[in-house]
Ligand binder design. Structure first.
Ligand code: A2P
Length: 282
């Protein structure tokens, strides 16, 4: 009688071909400019919700030497720290060195993921407060997709205001659906609690297509529309904390507005009232 050799599924699985390879498990195309995808999570990777990692693909071979170098960019992790997989939300730039290729990834493909999470959009960088504002434009929503699914957000604050400004309505779909699913998902109800999820106030705005709320968030903050819409007196260093992630313009403009309200910029080593993700290129 011959003994059957048991098949070791771990070694039978496709061997990684890239350094720090992770396998794509899902891809969703939201518009011709936006897509999100999920990948396997390295067993050793620990991160704080809101942080980013470097991800990418192998670049084209060097014309003379034929050598290939990894092409990496900073990407906020859009999934929360407790998730088994990692999610990312990306723009597609047709002539962009990385995203022109990355936009074509399919389930089963591999990407490179350097398992060294860092970033300033973390709860540790803020002093305790009552209300947290998440200000985002475009794919700058990604770290907040993580933080909105993070139980600590609701332990730390009584109110969670997420603003998302995009050019048109279709570009708001990722955040709209994520927040809608969050409210109806059983796992989320169990993990975060329905009363905590009720703390979320979603404030989407568009700038180039008609929608219920038009205008840049910066304009709507400056003219007081946001406060009137939400029934809030204003922003103060006593009660309010903020995290900002979006275009360079948004980051600079919100920074100025926050400072105008008396809020000071914090860091991991020096927690204060607001933080800005500088590594983000949206
Ligand atoms: P706008 O259409 O007025 O430029 P993008 O798609 O170019 O990354 O922009 C995403 C969104 O961010 C757009 O709605 C854009 O508005 C908005 N935006 C760009 N710069 C700023 C800024 N400085 N403050 C607020 N919103 C901004």
């Amino acid at each position: 009688m011959t003994e059957q050799t048991p098949v070791n599924t771990a070694t039978a699985a496709k061997a990684p071909t890239l350094p720090d390879a992770q396998t794509v498990t899902a891809v969703t195309h939201w518009t011709d400019r936006l897509f999100s995808f999920r990948v396997t999570r390295p067993a050793s990777l620990r991160f704080r919700s809101g942080e980013f990692v470097m991800i990418g693909l192998m670049g084209d071979p060097h014309p003379e030497t034929g050598k290939q170098k990894p092409l990496l960019r900073a990407y906020s992790i859009a999934s929360p720290a407790w998730d088994e997989e990692l999610e990312f939300y990306s723009i597609k730039v047709q002539d962009g060195p990385l995203t022109s290729k990355l936009q074509h990834i399919k389930v089963g493909d591999e990407i490179i993921l350097r398992p060294k999470p860092v970033g300033t959009l973390v709860h540790d960088a803020l002093l305790p407060g009552k209300r947290i504002w998440f200000f985002s434009t475009g794919t700058g929503f990604a770290p907040f997709a993580s933080l909105l699914r993070e139980p600590q957000t609701y332990e730390d604050y009584d109110e969670v205001i997420i603003t998302h400004t995009c050019r048109d309505v279709a570009e708001l779909e990722y955040s709209r659906k994520l927040i809608e699913d969050l409210q109806s998902d059983e796992l989320m109800q169990e993990l975060i609690g329905a009363e905590n999820l009720a703390k979320i106030r979603y404030y989407p705005t568009t700038t180039r297509e008609q929608s219920p709320k038009m205008g840049r968030i910066t304009t709507l903050l400056k003219d007081g529309t946001v406060f009137k819409d939400l029934g809030i007196d204003g922003i103060s260093a006593d009660t309010d904390r903020a995290m900002v992630c979006g275009s360079m313009g948004l980051n600079t403009d919100i920074k100025e507005i926050m400072e105008g309200f008396g809020l000071e910029e914090g860091a991991n080593s020096d927690p204060k009232h607001y933080v800005v993700e500088k590594a983000f290129v949206g």
